[in-house]
Ligand binder design. Structure first.
Ligand SMILES: [Zn+2]
Length: 185
């Protein structure tokens, strides 16, 4: 575990509870997640991955294992160290550190600045914040916080998920390649 990795875990703990069930996340207002503040293609390309994750339709090993009634392993293929849950993918898998750490610190910094402006009765959960930051801000209660979430926080979360997805995809392609090469010999 790298120092940066430990820092993310420590900081996520200060965001009160990190709970470990996939289904509990408040999908809530998915609608603002689909709005791109810029009309640029680079930004729009990131929306499908972000929405799949927000709606629980992004398939990780734990989902594959439950679909296959555990004939498929739930262990993360990238690190082989833990079940590949949404928490493992977004926060913990060390093989994704490089794609995660730089942007995670921006999310933590901006997220705490924005959430300091809202009085939310919900305990703030880092995974929830990344999956759908809009669940903590109400446009009718604090318009500034809502706009900052749209303009600053959501693009960062979208970028993080896009980076993680690309890195995971590239690593899995490599693993599959090695596997098929081995079976040819
Ligand atoms: Zn892993």
């Amino acid at each position: 575990m790298t120092i940066g990795h430990q820092k993310v875990i420590d900081e996520s703990k200060s965001y009160s509870t990190l709970k470990f069930m996939d289904h509990k996340y408040n999908i809530g207002s998915v609608h603002p997640l689909t709005i791109s503040v810029s009309a640029n293609l680079k930004d729009i390309r990131k929306i499908p991955v972000r929405l799949k994750i927000a709606t629980g339709n992004y398939i990780l090993q734990t989902h594959k294992a439950s679909f296959s009634k555990n004939h498929t392993s739930s262990i993360c293929k990238l690190c082989s160290k833990a079940d590949e849950t949404v928490e493992h993918f977004i926060l913990l898998c060390e093989k994704l550190d490089e794609a995660r750490i730089p942007i995670m610190s921006k999310i933590l910094n901006n997220g705490s600045l924005i959430l300091a402006k809202v009085t939310t009765s919900l305990p703030v959960d880092l995974i929830q914040l990344i999956i759908n930051p809009f669940c903590y801000v109400d446009i009718n209660v604090n318009r500034t916080a809502f706009e900052e979430t749209s303009n600053i926080l959501e693009p960062l979360c979208r970028q993080l998920l896009y980076n993680l997805h690309n890195k995971r995809y590239a690593l899995l392609a490599n693993i599959d390649n090695l596997g098929s090469r081995k079976s040819n010999f």
